[in-house]
Design a protein around this ligand. Structure first.
Ligand code: 1GP
Length: 258
């Protein structure tokens, strides 16, 4: 059985203390290194807990390497690969979300890329964190690229069924993805249904842009909130992120108390 590594353990510990976490997603394709450095500094000051690096549209090895080098120079927070494909993995990363797009219709995204990527991850010495990745409607770019059959928004029980299947397959995290930059994030009732189905760590991302929706996701049961587009589209990353992260922590602390 895959042992829990340092990064995952650190996530578990922080969750016990804070109740909920915020991860900042950086797509290596979308900006130069000067901007990455700025984002990292401001996001860390705003209280983010880790950086994820990846994207669906050709976030390849060279760009991932440059981006991770910049992040590593700017912070000690963990850098986690959020793989769009096998070439997003570099030895500079601390961990990789070793994920399977369970509701894909194409076996490549369920087990194929994983078979090709497993040895890459081992050789790079990067900690794999086993994760079920579920695309919820509309799903954005990843839904198209990943040949997903996006889970209908009004059918939370389907998301719950996949999440439980992920747990039974040995995955320790489940990521509910609405798609990067979409208008509406994963519905609260979907998060709540998944919370009832599994004790696994629930990560929610896609279209989260304000503190209210971040808070609602945590109250519904999310453990980790991911924002990407928000930090890329706003010059003043700190001002945008700080209120969202503070709301996530507030809702998380309440959970720890109860
Ligand atoms: C995308 O869930 C992440 O894979 C983050 O989405 O870019 O909309 O924040 P946003």
């Amino acid at each position: 059985m895959l042992k829990i590594g340092n990064v995952e353990e650190n996530i578990q510990e922080k969750l016990k203390k804070d109740g909920a976490l915020h991860f900042t997603l950086i797509d290596p394709n979308d900006q130069g290194q000067k901007r990455v450095n700025e984002i990292v500094k401001q996001a860390e000051a705003a209280g983010t807990d880790a950086f994820m690096v990846g994207g669906s549209m050709g976030a390849g090895y060279t760009d991932a390497l440059d981006t991770m080098r910049t992040i590593k120079q700017a912070t000690k927070l963990p850098v986690i690969v959020f793989p769009g494909n096998v070439d997003g993995v570099t030895k500079l990363a601390d961990a990789v979300f070793f994920m399977s797009l369970l509701n894909s219709q194409n076996p490549y995204w369920i087990t194929g890329a994983q078979a090709i990527g497993a040895a890459v991850v081992r050789r790079a010495g990067v900690e794999p964190i086993p994760m079920a990745y579920l695309v919820i409607y509309p799903g954005g770019t990843v839904s198209f690229i990943g040949d997903a059959k996006p889970i209908p928004r009004e059918k939370p029980e389907i998301a719950a069924a996949y999440a439980l299947a992920g747990e039974y397959l040995g995955m320790r995290l489940v990521y509910l993805e609405a798609g990067s930059g979409v208008k509406d994030p994963v519905p609260d009732m979907t998060v709540a249904a998944v919370r009832r189905a599994t004790k696994n760590i629930i990560v929610v991302g896609g279209g989260i842009r304000d503190k209210k929706s971040a808070k609602n996701k945590v109250e519904a049961g999310a453990d980790i909130i991911v924002t990407g587009t928000l930090v890329e589209e706003n010059k003043d990353v700190g001002a945008k992120l700080a209120p969202i992260i503070s709301e996530i922590k507030k809702a998380g602390k309440k959970r720890v108390k109860n």
